[in-house]
Design a binder for this molecule. Sequence first.
Ligand SMILES: [Zn+2]
Ligand SMILES: [Zn+2]
Length: 781
Amino acid sequence: MTDEAGDTTTASEVDFDSRIARLIDRKGREGQVVDDRTIPGRDAETRSVEVEQRLESALGDRGIDSLYAHQADAVDAIRDGDHVVLATQTASGKSLAYTVPAFEAAMDHGGRTLYLGPQTALIADQTQTLSDLAFDLGFASGVHVAEYTGRTDDTDRKQVRDQQPSFVLSTPDMLHYALLPHAHRLWEWFFSTLDYVVLDELHEYRGVFGSHVSLVLRRLRRVCDRFDADPQFICCSATIGNPIDHASNVTGAPPDDFTLIDTDTSPSGPTRWLTWNPPEQSGGEGRRRSHHVETKELFVDLVADGFQTLTFTRSRQTAERYATDSADALRGQGDADLADRIGAYQAALTDDKRRDLESRLLEGALRGVWSTNALELGVDVGGLDAVILDGYPGTRMNSFQRAGRAGRGTDPSLVVMVAGEDQLDQYVATPPDDFFDGDPEVAVVDPGNEQVLDDHVRCAARENWLSPADSESFPNFETRVATLVSQGELERRDTQHGPRWTYAGDGSPQHEMNLRTIDDQSVDLKDGTTTIATLPLSDALRDAHPGAIYHHQGRTYEIGDLDLDRGRASLNPTWADHYTSVLTDKDITIQDVIEERHPLPRRDVPVRFAAIDLAEQITGYERKDGKSGAPMGTMTLDLPEQTLNTKALYYTIPEDIEAEIRADYDFPGSIHAAEHATISLFPTEVLCDRGDIGGLSTPLHPQTGQSTIFIYDGHPGGVGLTRSGFDSITDLLHTTLDLLDSCDCADGCPACVQSPQCGNANDPLDKHGAAALLRRVLETE
Ligand SMILES: [Zn+2]
Ligand SMILES: [Zn+2]
């Protein structure tokens, strides 16, 4: 069959479409579907490729008689010695593309493969699949698969090293802590015969974690080089705007050495994609009905109609709370059996709990799940009938990744994107053409992040002496080495081959740092003596401060006490119907201006990129009614200040513009509104979550002596996000002005200038003043 023939409608599609029509027609939902399109299904395109006989027959036993064309292309490119990036959809069979060459290398000459995944849940899943396949090849094949992660205990770790498997699955964290530091003593057998490094979920390696991983992989390449191994990288990625550049940045291998494979030739059914905008509330200035409530009703209707449904929502607390509400609603309408088959899935759950949910989802026993992005990665839970996105996930990439969970074989599936009332959601929802046709976002890592670079240079020196040739691996190598020598961390020796630097300390620098978060303090949430969840410190300050309402697996708690010294918070069950959000105070100190430009039409508005310190303190919280969201009063809190060293872009407002704006508008409200709107649209330019960046506007900053708008990277050291924003500031401000002009609310609403993340409860805000300000800066009418 060809693409055109894909339009043929089958009986199951007719039934499917009439069920969707019923869902839309249900009372009160007219006009909420702002876009309705079907992404056609696709027939498989296969190509025969020569595969080693035993492997071919083991695959045949699994019903795999030929490879999809994209898998075959990848296998060919890998056999040709290229690095490869496979950027295709979820469930397109990316793993077979590396399994074939990796297993063949093991059978042919004992070649080894290192598989790195960002999450242990994903690794456990992969280990199982690959071990089963290796088992079928027989022991004599020489293919042996083993997991080596934080979950592997000491005895098993020793056993893995003794058995010397051909395929090791691990995390970048373990590579950093456990493999590289002992490369010469315990792992020489592995690194000296390493043929392939598989990087699964490459797009997850961005931001500060990605910057760390990019440096760990540069260390890996040095170590391999020492053993005369030169492994090929096989990268699997979601669809991003810069797959080859990103793979090159993450691995340190030159972009020209990569082959990109991004045409998915696996079969799929048609996907009906509805963009859903909750109705505006009567008399309410751009206020819309809660997208959570709207999503819940769709979810309940779909589950009741027999669709196995997965909802992706933004926070763990929302997933927990609405899973419970959905079960209650099903019970209320007499579907008690279905009510017991609803779950909430999120990263703070224990491993056992998560695995239980995964397997019940795969078996079909669970009929509906509310999940955070924790289910976005490749853990196999089977295909779902319907996926609901509760609020725009923030980027096209994340949206399509999550939507990819819908679809079982070539059956039709449904995706509903329910827009929230905030700026980015409304921007994407009306009209959504940009969303479907726009370019995917660009993923950013910054191996030059000084905050993390020095640590990795120290680790590298501990793993093997450094030489001037290492300037190829590490950005700003000479400066960093000179600094570390002056700090007594490195020692210089002059040899006949030139200078060498060795690590001068006696400990293990690898164990002094963590790739995931620079501050690794955590807080246990205790229901009586039971720990129900563990949160990183910054999340705990936000979600588990005294008085916070906390939802967990069907129960609601109020936080009693938060003891930071002991790292625990006590929870008390409650029937409270309100929810809470924190209020914060922020201060920015500019440490070092890295670059200054004048890219805006108003040439006297400098835009600067700088290293800054952000001091942030949670000063209190607001209680809001669970149904209407109406404020119910604020309470103060006494919590420690947190400081973040990061990067920011900022611009100052010239006095004449300030005077003009002051004459007609609320000036502090104008800069605050401009800051909010700009931040909300930032993810349209750069691959990040709105939570990855933050902002501050002040009518008088003590260091600039002027009114200043800051946009900063929300991660230690900065991870390149505001650097990218600095490069595209003119476009960004134009998009922001368009948003302000096109919103038809009277005085600002959640779709233009109000932000759910504002630490000042959205006060003051002046939308018209913000538009006037940007018009002056951009010199447009
Ligand atoms: Zn508005
Ligand atoms: Zn604000």
